[in-house]
Design a protein. Structure first.
Length: 744
């Protein structure tokens, strides 16, 4: 039993507990964001096994108590700008609870739960609803069920990214060494400049030297600067080369791990996500992470060391003047924190707009045939323009605000410069400070403000990069299919006995698609599944492949629950021809041999012959080396279907699944395929789905499905004699065929 529970606020928990009996269980507790009058407010609905309670707004608000047996029907009704839950009572006025459109999914499940209780059905609602707000800070999420950028644990994320450096420890040590040398070499020039001014150019009484010695010292100091510059160049070259190599390798490792996990995830994962959004994890998010690894992470170390070194140098020269230098720093830090918090909203909007735009582009280009078939090019261009304009506006806002930030930061640093010149100048005039020391102070001050500005900027940079990293890690952490289950039963040679035992299943567990399916299939038996669209035929065969796990009951192969069989053994012995054949962008031979790597050319030709595909293949200019194009677009639908059948034939499965295998071929080709299938199914357990009922005459048994249940079972002749659901389907098809024949 699942529950749907919102967290109560403002003392509601006490109010609810005082209303409910001690042993009364809350099945549903949800908040409506509109009051009874339809204006913004709060109402709460609590559902228990025996009643529905509606708590109206305020501590003293009315509590409406509705016993389950008094409910005639519960439903949601759409309104302009919102909707409402309607609870119609048998002998009392109806109760209406309005809510905004954002809560539609939650109240749909609430209505479902009330109806299940009213009808005496098993109670099951989906408590795992799409999340649009962060549970921690209540901010809107950039995408449904996504990561909240404001609540990312940056240190944990940084630690996880750094863990990918373990295989490259020696390179990481080179990077750390180069960073230290770079930092030291950046700190040395102001010290040398101080000595050039104080000891050579403007020597004091204490340091007065002969002219010849001054020239020698000048040359020596210049050579020291040249050496420092060469050292800096060498360290920066090693640093740049190492971080570029490391970031590329780390990003490649993360991207490879991400793609591996994407391949190993269940179909249920993809049912809830757009392909474009998933693709952005592999492209945009990994690219953003690499940018941070190249330009962010190494400079965090360098600038951190730089700040420490500068402060040590400044305090060693004059602690009084150093305090003056630090006067603008609180303002710089405060401005940076304020600004980047503001900018985070723009960056979040920009990322969401980018994802929406790319998803639309992916969708439009994937369905380009449909776009052109309905002459909707201008419409798609208009939709893209709208989203692109939104993306542009957000980008402009971000850049304008970025410009304001840097100009303001320049103003604040200028204040520091003026303070140093004034107070430092006074100390030089009073003889408390040398000119060289003042110039060194000025140089260090400029070096100090640079890292401070950078740390203000990198805060947002880290937020975006870590948000991308968290989205990547979210997928990597998603449990894969059970390929590596150590407790799985190895079954390298199944015979093909299949049994459905009280199977109930729904893609959403609260909305079953199949109900209490019982079926016992013998080895080598051919089962035909018929019925209207949407009754659960394809879902039934998907469960055999364990694309999804049943919610209740079990599916057994050779007496073993499919959930216990080693997944690789299970799927390697099942061949499937999908209703919509999919081909990869290689040659015809590559596609036929896809399910059996290393197949010989003779085996590929034999499979093509069995699928009635050989003749059309050899008629192509390049024969079996013909490139089929993306998704097989260079072939007709019937040709793609026959290659898909040949692929299943070559796979040589013990269990064969044909999902509308002849739906895209002409009558003559269908006859040849049916002859090939008749030979193919011998010795194999076969499940065939077909809307064209005549193609299933040779099936050992036909299952007639309706609303997720088996309503009839028997041979073709037996079902016709019953004159039931199957008979009605046959009659309907014959009538349609006659109408088509008359029109022709």
């Amino acid at each position: 039993m699942n529950r749907l529970i919102d967290q109560p606020v403002n003392g509601l928990a006490k109010r609810i507990s005082s209303t409910l009996a001690q042993d009364e269980q809350e099945l549903i507790r949800v908040e409506a964001d509109l009051g009874a009058d339809g204006h913004f407010g709060t109402q709460w609905i609590v559902v228990t096994p025996k009643r529905v309670l509606v708590y109206q707004e305020g501590e003293a608000g009315e509590v409406i108590d509705i016993p389950i047996e008094d409910i005639a029907i519960a439903r949601t009704e759409g309104l302009i700008g919102g909707a409402r839950l309607e609870i119609h009572r048998k002998d009392a006025p109806s109760v209406f609870v309005p809510f905004s459109k954002t809560q539609a999914q939650k109240f749909s499940e609430t209505t479902r739960g009330i109806e299940q209780l009213r009808k005496g059905q098993d109670f099951f609602v989906n408590g795992d609803l799409d999340k649009t707000r962060c549970k921690e800070c209540n901010r809107l999420l950039p995408e449904k069920n996504g990561i909240c950028p404001a609540c990312i644990n940056r240190f944990a994320t940084l630690g996880r990214i750094a863990a990918y450096l373990k295989p490259y420890k020696s390179r990481a040590l080179w990077l750390a060494g180069a960073s230290v040398v770079t930092t030291v070499s950046e700190l040395l020039p102001p010290i040398v400049t101080k000595h050039i001014i104080d000891d050579v150019l403007v020597p004091t009484v204490d340091t007065e030297v002969l002219d010849g010695d001054r020239l020698g010292m000048l040359g020596m100091f210049v050579l020291v600067l040249v050496g420092i510059r060469l050292l800096t160049w060498g360290a920066e070259w090693v640093h740049g080369w190492t971080i570029t190599w490391l970031s590329a390798r780390v990003t490649a490792d993360i991207r490879s791990q991400l793609y591996k996990r994407l391949e190993m995830l269940s179909l249920q994962f993809y049912d809830k996500r757009q392909v474009g959004a998933v693709m952005s994890r592999v492209t945009s998010d990994s690219g953003r992470l690499q940018d941070f690894l190249v330009d962010g992470l190494p400079y965090m170390l360098i600038n951190g060391l730089m700040l420490l070194g500068i402060l040590v140098a400044l305090f060693s020269m004059s602690w009084q003047l150093t305090l003056y230098v630090l006067i603008p720093i609180p303002a710089i830090i405060a401005w940076g924190v304020f600004f980047w918090r503001r900018m985070r909203r723009f960056f979040t909007k920009w990322m969401q707009s980018w994802s929406d735009t790319m998803s639309r582009v992916n969708e439009a280009l994937t369905g380009i045939r449909v776009v052109k078939a309905f002459a909707q090019e201008e419409r798609e261009i208009s939709v893209f323009k709208t989203r692109n304009d939104k993306l542009t506006r957000v980008g402009i806002q971000a850049e304008v605000n970025r410009g304001v930030f840097f100009k303001t930061m320049t103003l604040l640093t200028a204040v520091g410069v003026m303070i140093v010149w004034y107070y430092g100048g006074l100390e030089v005039i009073d003889g408390d400070l040398t000119l060289g020391t003042l110039m060194a102070f000025y140089s260090y001050m400029m070096l100090l403000y640079g890292p401070l500005e950078w740390f203000g900027m990198v805060n947002s940079w880290m937020t975006r990069a870590f948000a991308g990293a968290e989205r990547i890690f979210e997928i990597i952490d998603t449990p894969p299919e059970a390929y590596q289950d150590p407790d799985a039963v190895p079954m390298p040679n199944i015979t093909g006995q299949v049994k459905f035992d009280d199977v109930t299943f729904g893609y959403d567990k609260s909305k079953p698609v199949l109900h209490e399916i019982d079926l016992d299939v013998k080895q080598g038996e051919m089962i035909g599944l018929v019925g209207k669209s949407g009754v659960g035929k394809t879902t039934t065969v998907n469960l055999i492949c364990r694309f999804y796990d049943v919610d209740r009951g079990s599916i057994q192969i050779d007496g073993e629950d499919v959930r216990n069989i080693r997944l690789e053994d299970l799927r390697s012995q099942i061949g499937i021809v999908l209703q919509e054949p999919f081909l990869f962008s290689g040659t015809i031979a590559d596609n036929i041999g896809y399910g059996k790597p290393g197949a010989t050319f003779e085996q590929i030709v034999a499979a093509a012959n069995a699928a009635a595909a050989h003749d059309f293949i050899v008629s192509k200019p390049d024969g079996y080396d013909t490139v089929v194009g993306e998704r097989g677009d260079s072939l007709s639908g019937g040709e793609r279907q026959r290659i898909s059948i040949a692929r299943a034939v070559l796979h040589d499965p013990k269990i064969l699944i044909l999902d509308e295998a002849t739906s895209s071929v002409d009558v003559q080709t269908e006859k040849r395929i049916q002859e090939a299938i008749t030979r193919l199914v011998k010795g194999r357990t076969t499940f065939a789905i077909a809307h064209r009922l005549s193609t299933l005459r040779n099936a050992d048994r036909l299952l007639v499905m309706d609303a997720g249940r088996i309503v009839e079972m028997g041979t073709h002749e037996e079902l016709l004699e019953k004159m039931g659901a199957f008979y009605n389907l046959v009659q309907l098809q014959e009538e349609i065929s006659q109408i088509i024949a008359i029109k022709e």
